[in-house]
Write a protein that binds this ligand. Structure first.
Ligand code: NDP
Ligand code: PYC
Length: 342
């Protein structure tokens, strides 16, 4: 680290960050079970250098807690598995604990049927999806996770918000500790990154949104008042619609418009459902995991052999460094978080 780095960034051991996150969350009134589950996903984000979904989330979770909308203590209810479907009612609490409680039944359903579906209902969702798909690939399963958010994003060809930033995450269990994972917002920029631009007073990259009059803008405040854009024009727009349908209408939960209406200006994290699918390569191929992985490695090495990088390669490199040297945290953010803990 250069001296300029160390004046603006601190590196902290992950256990220390986990304790700090738990203290902040307990101070907001979260039960120990919720605080632990949330701290795990928040610290994983910081460890993997995901600025918009790391420690910064302690600020947005504190705002959500203060809004009075979220239940800070509710225990998720895991309904009895029906066929391959595991349904967890988060009871308007934050999502990570509901995911953790549903995961064992999801893995069992995938092993039994080849495909398992975890439906989480009525959760406040603030996190990245890759920690969830990585938890599934760790069991030798492939995974796909979808969730709506608040309706901030205009459809291609329009300029009024309809969709959420609607992430899609996919995971494939490679041999070794690092799965193939991508996790992407279907908006041109994640809302969390837009907020970081707003906090830093920096412009958005071109093409991320329009102002309230429908004019292209790179001003994060104007775009927040207008509409964000999907990535890839009509293609991202179609994927964003799919997420609303699959992780909203299909599972009997709120679409992003309903989440924003429920928020009613409170500025809380979105509240809705999530659909997480797990696929067992053994059951689906009729072969074994090693065969499926061998075929996959041929594909993945034909990407990396030409110098292209895999999605999550950046994250996994950041993780290695954080495990060795501690996670990098901007000093100003660290000071804000320390203030929330006292
Ligand atoms: P990015 O655009 O930064 O990255 C999307 C994916 O592409 C990542 O898997 C990334 O891997 C990969 N990638 C980036 N650059 C390259 C490259 N040059 N070659 C190959 N792969 C690449 O993510 P987003 O800004 O779209 O999303 C950020 C996060 O926001 C996600 O984790 C998402 O879950 C979260 N989010 C959560 C929402 C919610 O409702 N809970 C809503 C919207 C977003 P890598 O990480 O290694 O760079
Ligand atoms: O970054 O778009 C986002 C987001 C929405 C909810 C959590 N993160």
């Amino acid at each position: 680290m250069t001296s300029a780095d160390s004046s603006t960034t601190v590196r902290l051991p992950l256990a220390q960050l986990h304790d700090l996150a738990c203290r902040v969350l307990a101070r907001q009134g979260l039960s120990p079970a919720h605080a632990q589950a949330m701290a795990r996903t928040i610290v994983a984000g910081q460890r993997d250098d995901c600025a918009s979904h790391g420690l910064y989330r302690l600020i947005t979770c504190s705002q959500t807690a203060a809004s009075g909308k979220v239940d800070l203590q509710a225990e998720p209810v895991v309904h009895p598995t029906r066929g391959a479907v595991v349904r967890v009612d988060a009871r308007r609490a934050f999502s990570p604990l509901a995911f953790e409680r549903g995961l064992p039944a999801l893995v069992e359903a995938a092993r039994t049927y080849g495909l398992g579906a975890l439906v989480i209902q009525q959760c406040f969702h603030f996190s990245a999806l890759w920690p969830e798909v990585e938890d599934i690939t760790a069991h030798g399963l492939a995974a796909l996770a979808l969730t709506p958010s608040h309706s901030w994003v205009a459809p291609a060809g329009g300029h009024k918000p309809v969709f959420g930033t609607n992430p899609i995450a996919f995971g494939w269990p490679r041999p070794g500790p690092t799965p193939f994972v991508f996790d992407l917002a279907t908006s041109a920029i994640a809302r969390g990154d837009l907020e970081l631009h707003r906090r830093a007073g920096t412009p958005l990259p071109p093409g991320c949104g329009v102002d309230a009059q429908g004019r292209e803008s790179t001003d994060p405040i104007a775009v927040a008042q207008g509409a964000m854009r999907t990535f890839g024009g009509h293609k991202g727009s179609a994927l964003a619609a799919m997420v609303e349908l699959m992780a909203g209408a299909l599972i009997g939960d709120w679409i992003s418009q309903e989440s924003l209406a429920f928020d009613d200006g409170a500025g809380a994290a979105p509240c809705h459902g999530e659909l997480i699918l797990a696929f067992d390569p053994i059951q689906l191929s009729g072969g074994d995991l090693a065969q499926a992985q061998q075929r996959a490695e041929v594909l993945l090495s034909s990407i990396t052999d030409q110098g292209a990088r895999l999605p999550s390669q950046r994250r996994h490199a950041a993780r290695e460094r954080s495990l060795r040297e501690g996670a990098a945290v901007p000093r100003t953010l660290y000071e804000e978080i320390l203030a929330l803990a006292h």
